[in-house]
Write a protein that binds this ligand. Structure first.
Ligand SMILES: [Zn+2]
Length: 324
């Protein structure tokens, strides 16, 4: 868990004393987070032994992630996967372990202990080659979340107890006060775009290893979060135009930011679309209230696609009228 940065808030006192307390909180928390990560590697209810295909899938994603990190000039240890961190479950056992979740999801990453749970249900009733493509793409998606920049926030409470929780994963920021996740939808879009770019640049290798064909590989990574991906591409190409740079340069910066935590580059949006635009991006798919998301999200997409300032101002008013 070394990659995890820790922020400490609410430490009493000042100067050296405050610094000392903060340091001891960080070292204690680092230990606790390490233990949590180890607990995330223990098998869960109904988890079976990994198959040869599943191990090959993990090894492939690991290899591609290392290559991607190398290309982006990022520290390789941040994308190391532990085989035991990844849990494969049948549809039935996934539903049993995570009854609060939509049983149709392909998998998820749990930031607290870095565990990844994959759900076999997505491949039921689909021909084997397409099922393999979906499983690979979903695994790679969750592993990208796992390799993303992460931050933990520790807070010293008035009664001197310390509470802590995940604060950042990629671009997503947990707003503890409002119990919502800012930039959640944008972050998903960047993960999907990264997933698609990473896998499609390795299509020859994938054909050799998994009997995938060109037709299937053209669709890789397009099975989920399509609107989010469109949003990321729209924003990225507008930024490229604004900075007078190639679209791939602007996209690379976007992809890189999820791994490094850099977000300042997104401020370009306020210059391109007008003040407050970054806040609108933060709202996309971020409310805990699904009704609000359903109403505001299409308007947010429309906002970032619009080249008409007057129209954008109207849309902005409407989006902000949903409150938060
Ligand atoms: Zn995701």
């Amino acid at each position: 868990m070394e990659k995890s940065n820790i922020i400490v808030a609410g430490v009493p006192g000042e100067g050296e004393r405050k610094k000392g307390i903060t340091e001891s909180i960080i070292s204690g928390l680092r230990k606790a987070l390490g233990e949590k990560k180890e607990s995330g590697e223990l098998p869960v209810l109904g988890e079976r032994e990994k198959t040869k295909e599943e191990i090959l899938r993990i090894e492939t994603v690991q290899e591609f992630l290392l290559k991607l990190f190398d290309k982006l000039n990022l520290p390789q240890d941040q994308c190391n996967l532990e085989t035991n961190q990844i849990h494969f479950l049948s549809g039935e056992m996934f539903a049993e372990n995570f009854s609060q979740m939509d049983s149709g999801v392909g998998g998820f990453f749990r930031a607290g202990d870095s565990a990844i749970f994959m759900n076999d249900v997505i491949s039921e009733g689909i021909e084997p080659a397409e099922a393999e493509m979906l499983k690979l793409s979903d695994l790679s998606h969750e592993c990208i979340h796992s390799a993303s920049h992460s931050k933990t926030l520790a807070n010293v409470n008035p009664d001197h107890t310390i509470s802590y929780g995940n604060y950042r994963t990629g671009y997503m920021i947990v707003d503890v006060g409002k119990s919502e996740n800012k930039f959640k939808g944008f972050n998903e879009g960047v993960v999907c775009v990264t997933d698609r770019l990473m896998l499609s640049s390795e299509s020859e290798e994938l054909k050799k290893r998994f009997q995938l064909n060109d037709e299937l590989l053209q669709k890789v990574g397009l099975n989920a979060y399509i609107e989010n991906q469109i949003l990321v591409h729209t924003i990225s190409s507008r930024i490229a135009e604004y900075r007078n740079e190639s679209p791939s340069k602007s996209m690379t910066r976007m992809v890189r930011g999820q791994f490094t935590g850099e977000m300042m580059h997104l401020r370009d949006l306020n210059h391109i679309y007008g003040e407050g635009s970054l806040d609108l991006l933060a709202r996309y798919q971020s409310s805990k209230d699904m009704d609000i998301n359903e109403k505001q999200d299409p308007l947010i997409i429309q906002y970032f696609q619009s080249v008409d300032e007057g129209e954008r101002n109207e849309l902005k008013k409407e989006i902000l009228s949903f409150g938060n």
